[in-house]
Design a protein around this ligand. Structure first.
Ligand SMILES: [Fe+2]
Ligand SMILES: [Fe+2]
Length: 287
């Protein structure tokens, strides 16, 4: 696996978010906003799970994982911070995040569990994120042209999700996590994730006043089931996770590498200075 670099994204998260920022499409906007609402809590859980798994490894194995774990934690911490700023704008628009407190309550029940349980849950979510991320990177037009800043945010996040897709899975395997539990958690996570995403999307649409509009559901049909649609194009990759010999690296991540290479001006690798980089974006991503 290549080195996991932590990148500061040079986007201005101070500017407000338009009601239908995603291509003027209420459903796509509500769905992506719902996902964003889940990230600060979800990604903190992934960080804790990966740290917990790392601590449970024998010392020799820790050396092998150290750089990957550090990169994973740094990337997820940056994602959750920017999505936190994104979510503040959603609150200004009158959206109410019900997903985060529900997740928090559910995840609390895992306190004190064997570290392989939170890791299996994290690996399952990371599979979901990686296949969604790859689909988005391959269909960037979905994000529209109205808010290039948010399009960049989603594609950067996607690129890093695809990039670090093996970390939680490898840790789970290094701790002798069983296939049976991996699948059991994947089923539960799949069911829970779809239900949570649907519930928050519907709530966002209801508060937006577009829940009962025909265009909302016509857009949803195209987005989910169209020729290039999300479900149609990711179902096979989702199902691969059930295979006993599955490993996330079997899925192609070249779209991630290509985006990161083509968009080097959009971010700064942490720890490296960009001469003359000033202004709001640079200030925002310090600290
Ligand atoms: Fe992330
Ligand atoms: Fe991730």
């Amino acid at each position: 696996m290549s080195e996991l670099i932590v990148r500061r994204l040079l986007v201005d998260m101070e500017a407000p978010i338009a009601r239908h920022w995603c291509d003027g499409d209420p459903f796509r906007t509500a769905f992506l906003n719902a996902l964003s609402m889940s990230f600060p809590v979800g990604e903190q859980f992934f960080i804790d799970a990966v740290r917990g798994g790392f601590k449970a490894l024998p010392e020799q194995a820790q050396q092998r994982f150290q750089a990957q774990v550090q990169g994973f934690v740094g990337q997820e911490a940056t994602h959750r911070r920017l999505h936190g700023l994104y979510n503040d704008h959603l609150a200004q628009l009158g959206m109410v995040n019900g997903w985060a407190p529900r997740s928090q309550a559910r995840l609390k029940q895992l306190e004190g569990a064997d570290p392989r349980h939170p890791l299996a849950i994290t690996a399952a979510y990371e599979h979901f994120t990686a296949i969604f991320a790859t689909w988005l990177l391959e269909h960037p037009g979905v994000l529209g042209k109205q808010d290039p800043r948010l399009a960049t945010l989603w594609l950067w996040h996607s690129a890093e999700e695809a990039e670090h897709r093996t970390v939680a899975f490898d840790l789970y395997q290094a701790l002798d996590g069983s296939h049976e539990w991996r699948i059991r958690w994947f089923r539960r996570v799949s069911y829970g994730f779809l239900l949570d995403a649907l519930r928050q999307t519907l709530d966002n649409l209801r508060r937006d006043g577009t829940l009962w509009q025909w265009r909302t559901w016509a857009g949803a049909g195209r987005f989910l089931f169209g020729r290039d649609g999300l479900i149609r194009n990711t179902f096979g990759a989702w199902r691969d996770y059930f295979r006993r010999d599955f490993h996330p690296a079997q899925h192609d991540a070249s779209a991630s590498a290509a985006w990161l290479e083509a968009n080097e001006r959009q971010y700064v690798p942490v720890g490296r200075q960009v001469p003359g980089q000033t202004g709001l974006a640079a200030q925002q991503h310090r600290g």
